[in-house]
Design a protein around this ligand. Structure first.
Ligand SMILES: [Zn+2]
Length: 696
């Protein structure tokens, strides 16, 4: 009897319901081995011809490489997806093993001299006019080769063997330190709890929040209410607890986590880890020929230089700071007038901000997400979203029966244009056990032209975690959830409506970190337009669409304290850029940079004990080092892109076609700034973002 491993089939997704943990390691290691053998063969063949004459071509070199990549990613993608949406201990273990294999494989490719030589030969041949061999590389292909050569450089390929050893030691140590940083933060978060036996101490907290704290106690076999430093518990206290001392205590514990200021006696202090991380990042940057880590980070991003990012952030700060100060003053005044007794308090403290903001927000805008829910029935929202997409991008959606999915709630859709298949996606809307929280888009297949006859079309997964239908009532979404759906759908159409033929640059492949959120954030804007809300909303009982006054309140509430929020993001982004655009810094010097940045841009200055940086895992444990600005950067692009629709009409099909042709279809085939300028007819401006955020 032969046992077939579904991951070794040509199209594993077609047997997704048969994939089991025991399939993962054998399949991934077999494919990697076969790929490695193929690559050696490919490189050897090219080397032999190379000595005579460069007759390497896209067809003979890059296309076969992309085919190998395609096979591996189609085996891995369902594993990674199932690990997120149908998790089990066995699958997680198999996933971790597979991931380790893949990491080794990609490190090996990044430092493969033969691959590099061939890539460079192909690139050079196309860029030497005197070369008698006509290369005929397209602009997209040249762009891919250029980025691929940069990838080799950033993997340390060109270093001599001694430096290469130093480089890989640095990489290893960086990974250890990042993981230790995250671990310390988690341990410090768990080390602090506060048990309250009397509900009175928690006055102000809504029922759901109280129930959460009671549950915290119960799962630890305790009676009463347990406050922890996990985000939901922390936010519940900061937002709702009337007891000011309790807020101060929780704030202090939270904002000193993993630091020398912490109650636990600096057991989990991250200070020295941060300093060593910065030192090693600077060393790595220098080794690779960059002035510092900020320049290394920006080499593969859309932004050109640390100075440009600094200027961009300071301009935004200048535009928003005055209003942020006004918002803060209004909050302080409200707090004083309404709540703070004169004998008790002189001014607002860090632990008062969220609490009074929530009170002020409730007073100003009596519109709650719960109140809007009945207007957004999931099927109506989906059909409205499809209608909008059909209108602007000239495609058609078709749901197909597919029993071979990982859960019976999953829907399978085809996207067609003029009856031809453009793409497919799996929509998995509802929260359930063993499914990771949040919402995201991921890809199974990227568009890939194999030969004149065959082009593989994109396939994506769109995953959300909305509440499923209960008691025969349809699933109802909050407006926030509608926005989330549009956001992920934006990533989805970026991936699926691409016209790029090369696997390495089709859809979201090869799109730089600071540009990838353009289409997703762009789509969010539609959720605030009356024309669109008419299509999306229909009260599940009365059939009425969302009334204009409710929409107006929703927009106003969205912009509540938006300048304060923006200035805060700028503070983080500047701090991140400045510590990386620098020499190696000690823990005290890192604090200095943060203090100076705050003095310069912030409107809320936290207490001296605050050690925000010791818990800033985005940049010390995640991928955002010298890249935190990306959030604001992409927001400027998406808001400015949408402003063309405001000028020409939200339903203007010319604008839609323009966005389709210049942004969505182009994927990672060219520099994002070039694409943006082709679409907008000029460079991006910050005006639209400020206007959308209600900042004058
Ligand atoms: Zn996103």
């Amino acid at each position: 009897m032969t046992i077939t491993n579904p991951l070794l089939l040509q199209n594993p997704i077609e047997k997704v319901d048969q994939i089991a943990p025991e399939h993962v390691e054998p399949a991934i290691s077999q494919i990697i081995k076969e790929n490695q053998a193929e690559i050696e063969l490919l490189v050897k063949n090219i080397d032999q011809v190379n000595s005579e004459q460069t007759n390497i071509s896209w067809q003979s070199f890059m296309l076969p490489l992309e085919k190998l990549e395609d096979r591996l990613s189609k085996a891995w993608s369902p594993v990674s997806h199932l690990n997120s949406v149908c998790n089990s201990d066995e699958l997680r273990e198999a996933y971790d093993k597979g991931l380790a294999l893949l990491t080794d494989y990609s490190t090996q490719l990044g430092q493969h001299k033969g691959l590099y030589k061939a890539t460079k030969a192909l690139f050079d041949a196309a860029n030497e006019p005197e070369n008698q061999q006509e290369q005929n590389l397209t602009a997209t292909q040249q762009h891919i080769l250029k980025d691929s050569l940069l990838g080799f450089k950033l993997s340390g390929l060109h270093l001599n063997s001694e430096d290469q050893k130093t480089f890989s030691n640095i990489q290893k140590r960086l990974a250890e330190l990042s993981s230790k940083y995250e671990q310390n933060l988690m341990d410090a978060t768990m080390a602090w709890t506060k048990l309250l036996s009397d509900k009175k101490d928690l006055s102000g907290l809504p029922k759901t929040e109280l129930a959460m704290l009671a549950n915290n106690a119960e799962i630890r076999d305790k009676k009463g209410y347990l406050v922890t430093l996990e985000i939901p518990s922390y936010l519940a206290i900061m937002t709702y607890a009337d007891n000011r001392e309790l807020r101060e205590e929780v704030y202090t514990a939270y904002s000193t986590r993993a630091s020398d200021q912490s109650e636990d006696g600096a057991q989990f202090d991250n200070s020295e880890i941060m300093a060593e991380l910065l030192k090693l990042k600077q060393q790595k940057a220098k080794l690779l020929g960059f002035k510092n880590f900020a320049e290394l980070s920006l080499e593969s991003k859309m932004a050109e230089s640390p100075e440009q990012v600094e200027g961009f952030l300071m301009d935004l700060n200048k535009a928003g700071k005055k209003q942020a100060k006004q918002e803060y003053a209004a909050l302080a005044e409200f707090a004083k007038a309404t709540f703070i007794k004169e004998d008790q308090v002189d001014d607002l403290k860090a632990w008062d901000i969220s609490y009074f903001s929530e009170k002020l927000k409730q007073q100003k805008f009596q519109v709650s997400q719960a109140e809007l829910r009945p207007y957004f029935v999931v099927d109506k929202v989906m059909s409205g979203l499809f209608e909008l997409t059909e209108h602007h991008f000239n495609v058609h959606f078709e749901m197909v029966e597919n029993p071979t999915v990982w859960n019976s709630d999953v829907r399978h859709y085809l996207i067609k244009r003029n009856n031809e298949l453009v793409a497919e996606f799996y929509l998995d809307l509802y929260a359930r056990q063993h499914k990771r929280g949040g919402a995201w888009m991921d890809n199974y297949q990227s568009r890939f032209k194999l030969n004149a006859e065959t082009t593989l079309t994109p396939i994506a997964y769109l995953t959300c975690n909305f509440g499923s239908p209960v008691n025969g009532q349809p699933a109802l979404l909050t407006h926030d959830e509608v926005v989330t759906l549009f956001h992920e759908f934006g990533h989805g159409i970026h991936h699926m409506l691409t016209k790029v033929d090369e696997l390495s640059a089709s859809g979201i492949a090869n799109v730089p970190w600071d540009a990838v959120e353009l289409p997703s954030q762009f789509m969010e804007n539609f959720c605030y337009q009356p024309e669109v809300n008419e299509k999306l909303s229909q009260h599940f009982e009365t059939g009425e669409s969302l009334p204009q006054d409710k929409l107006d309140k929703l927009i106003a509430a969205k912009n509540f304290q938006s300048a304060m929020a923006m200035v805060r993001q700028i503070e983080f982004a500047l701090f991140d850029m400045r510590i990386h655009d620098n020499q190696a810094l000690s823990a005290n010097e890192i604090q200095d940079v943060l203090d100076k940045t705050r003095e310069e841009v912030a409107v809320v200055i936290p207490p001296k004990s605050n050690r925000f940086q010791n818990g800033f895992s985005h940049i010390f444990a995640g991928g955002y080092s010298a890249g935190y600005y990306s959030y604001k950067w992409a927001e400027v692009l998406s808001a400015d892109a949408f402003s063309l629709f405001e000028e020409q009409g939200v339903m203007n099909q010319e604008a839609g076609k323009n966005f389709l042709n210049n942004i969505l279809e182009k994927g990672g085939s060219a520099d994002p700034m070039e694409l943006f300028e082709a679409f907008r007819g000029r460079k991006p401006k910050v005006d639209a973002l400020l206007r959308h955020s209600g900042i004058q």
